[in-house]
Design a protein around this ligand. Structure first.
Ligand code: ACO
Length: 277
């Protein structure tokens, strides 16, 4: 069988390193603004990485001084102004696909590494990654109001899942910028670190995830993401079934290992660390 050509290489770059796939938005001259073309390439890239054994954890970041300056005012907004309704809908669908649906329900753990500018539409992939780490000197902003649009796409929805109403409304209405430390306070990222520690800290976190049973990790992530929109009765039923499904699909039989190594072999304590794989 001939090897398929990697779908990245122009607007998206991918480097592999010890199980981590560093997925980089590669439009540094445009501060990594997200165009229609980028959406197509990113959809194909994420699809390919989901079944690529070199990628155990995905880190989403940007080349150069930006994570992403948001949607491309020229190659997304202006470019879709003059086209038919159907073409416009397809461009929006393609963008939402990777920024939201794919990342939200991705088979592998995802970390957003915010290395610089992060505006508007960039909040969607940031929030839809499982975890996020920022550089202290990154600059964030819901700048939509500054140029006459609302935080659309699914930005307003996305921020409402992590920020408090008061704080979200403040930034929606003022468009005020803030740094990485503030982003951590606002719950937009898990933590913020000095720029020179960003990659090392992200790598360290990715390595923790790589040590876990990947099937159980995937099921745990999905269990949480779906259960949060259910009522208690539904969540209890769903999570019980999800737990059973996890045991069924886990090739490693982690649950049995965990029980045996704690109860019979007495070789570890689950409260203090993971069973030996
Ligand atoms: N869309 C299109 N082009 C962009 C974008 C963008 N979002 N951001 C930067 N660029 C382009 C600039 O037009 C410029 O292009 P040129 O070299 O062809 O003239 C190039 O990138 C460099 O931009 P500068 O503004 O010169 O870079 P600087 O480092 O001084 O400033 C900053 C960076 C602060 C990110 C600034 O570019 C900016 O404010 N960008 C827009 C941010 C924004 O509001 N994004 C939209 C949010 S709304 C949404 O996403 C739905």
């Amino acid at each position: 069988m001939t090897k398929q050509q990697d779908p990245w290489g122009t607007d998206v770059l991918v480097d592999f390193e010890d199980g981590i796939a560093w997925v980089q938005i590669n439009r540094p001259d445009k501060r990594n603004a997200m165009s229609v073309g980028l959406a197509h390439e990113m959809n194909a890239t994420l699809d390919a990485l989901e079944i690529d054994d070199r990628a155990g954890v995905i880190v989403l970041t940007g080349v150069g001084e930006a994570f992403s300056s948001g949607m491309d005012l020229k190659d997304f907004f202006r470019a879709t102004d003059g086209v038919s309704d159907v073409e416009r809908m397809r461009a929006y669908r393609s963008t939402r696909a990777w920024q939201w649906r794919t990342l939200m329900h991705y088979a592998k753990p995802t970390i957003a590494m915010v290395n610089g500018w992060c505006f508007g539409g960039a909040f969607t992939p940031l929030i839809c990654c499982d975890l996020a780490i920022s550089s202290d000197d990154a600059v964030f902003g819901l700048s939509e109001i500054n140029w006459g649009i609302i935080p659309g796409g699914v930005v307003s929805k996305a921020i409402s899942t992590v920020m408090s109403d008061r704080k979200a409304m403040y930034y929606v209405m003022t468009g005020e910028k803030f740094d990485g430390k503030k982003a951590a306070e606002l719950n937009l990222v898990n933590e913020s670190v000095p720029a020179d520690q960003l990659r090392a800290r992200t790598t360290e976190l990715a390595k923790v995830l790589l040590e876990k049973n990947p099937t159980v990790l995937r099921q745990a992530r999905m269990g949480y993401k779906y259960a949060r929109y259910m009522d208690w009765e539904q969540a209890a039923e769903y999570l019980t079934a999800k737990g059973d499904q996890t045991t069924f699909v886990d090739p490693e039989k982690g649950r049995q290992q965990g029980l045996k190594q704690f109860l019979d072999d007495k070789t570890y304590r689950p409260g203090l660390g993971a069973y030996s794989r």
